[in-house]
Design a protein around this ligand. Structure first.
Ligand code: SF4
Length: 124
């Protein structure tokens, strides 16, 4: 089927691994120092990984691939167990345990922001 899915530019990828944890489905892994989509059925094309990439290596594209498989994604999530990211909110320093964190792009940079600071960032 034709659908939206993440595309990784290997030339731009520096292997930092920042895109791995935002992907709740576990679709992205670091392999030999580069980010890879390990199974295309795990990528739902939501694009949460895009904002955290410091090099612009991640984009979304529409192309022929396997359909997203929610059951496989749930099984992969259970296999990996709960993952708490180490990042903190760029604006208040809260952790994921204090408030949900969302990856964003602002001022040409990748950042994490908590849901409490996000409205101020949007509305000024
Ligand atoms: S965040 Fe970007 S540069 Fe870092 S591993 Fe992922 S694709 Fe590569």
């Amino acid at each position: 089927m034709k659908r939206t899915i993440v595309r990784i530019d290997e030339e731009l990828c520096n292997g930092c691994g920042k895109c791995v944890t935002p992907c709740a489905e576990g679709a992205i892994q670091l392999i030999a120092g580069k980010a890879k989509v390990i199974r295309e059925e795990l990528c739902d094309g939501a694009g949460f990984c895009l904002a955290v990439c410091p090099t612009g290596a991640l984009t979304l594209e529409e192309r022929e691939t396997d359909p997203f498989d929610p059951a496989l994604a749930r099984a992969e999530e259970e296999r990996r167990g709960k993952t708490i990211i180490k990042e903190t909110c760029r604006f208040c320093g809260k952790t994921e345990e204090d408030a949900p964190l969302i990856p964003i792009r602002t001022g040409g940079e990748s950042a994490w922001v908590c849901v409490r600071c996000l409205p101020g960032l949007i509305h000024g």
